[in-house]
Design a protein around this ligand. Structure first.
Ligand code: ZN
Length: 233
């Protein structure tokens, strides 16, 4: 406490106090603070992108629009679709999936580096442990989940010192673990003498897993060099 997140991010990015608070917020919203080093920040300053941010038609506006349109379209789907987007808003590749999963071929992993991966969860919940394990490790600068409710969850690199073992730590600590959540539900049913259909049980199990992951990421993402956020598409 005391030091605001903004200050911390700014320090990590090599910022030394010349930007207004509003501009910093803009930069964070537009993902510029994802850039990994002072060198990158300087590049964006020199290229005029930062100065140009309040103008129209820049790459960040285009990226935001592409992202918004893609996530909005997925709201009606009852299966998952993953989309890999470059920071300047180009769709690199799309992956069709099933109700609860998307398979990314191992050979595609290298193209995730430096890009943004967004996929939808028709059930409306946040990341799964597998999402974090697979995608945080891939080198994508941001991974996202969009939902039919019109919300998104985002896990975004905050600095170059990002610790990509985040998924493995979650796995070790059994955060969002299926067996752990199933046991909790079975215990609750037994304690309260309730009957639930298999479908109801599954839904509660996924709720517990989602809540567990959401809470853990809210508390711990920063420590690993990530920003975890929930917002509107
Ligand atoms: Zn997922």
């Amino acid at each position: 406490m005391g030091v605001s997140t903004q200050t911390k991010r700014a320090t990590v990015g090599g910022y030394n106090g010349n930007y207004s608070k509003k501009l910093l917020t803009d930069m964070q919203n537009r993902g510029i603070m994802n850039l990994r080093s002072k060198k990158s920040l300087t590049f964006y300053e020199n290229s005029g992108i930062i100065n140009n941010m309040n103008g129209q038609n820049n790459n960040y506006d285009f990226f935001q629009k592409t992202l918004h349109d893609i996530e909005e379209k997925k709201r009606v789907l009852n299966y998952e679709v993953g989309t890999l987007i470059s920071p300047d808003g180009k769709v690199i590749k799309e992956y069709g999936g099933e109700a609860h999963s998307i398979h990314i071929p191992e050979t595609d992993k290298p193209i995730f580096e430096g890009n943004i991966f967004t996929h939808n969860h028709p059930g409306g919940r946040t990341f799964t442990q597998e999402d974090i394990l697979e995608f945080a490790d891939s080198g994508a600068i941001e991974i996202r989940v969009s939902t039919p409710q019109g919300t998104y969850f985002s896990l975004k690199e905050r600095s170059e010192d990002v610790n990509r073992s985040i998924g493995r730590v979650m796995q070790e600590e059994k955060i969002g673990d299926y067996a752990k959540s199933t046991n909790m539900i079975l215990q609750q049913m037994e304690d309260n003498n309730i009957n639930m259909s298999i479908i109801e049980q599954k839904s509660k199990i996924y709720d517990i897993m989602g809540d567990d992951i959401h809470k853990w990421l809210m508390e711990n993402a920063t420590e690993f060099g990530y920003i975890y956020k929930k917002g509107d598409i």
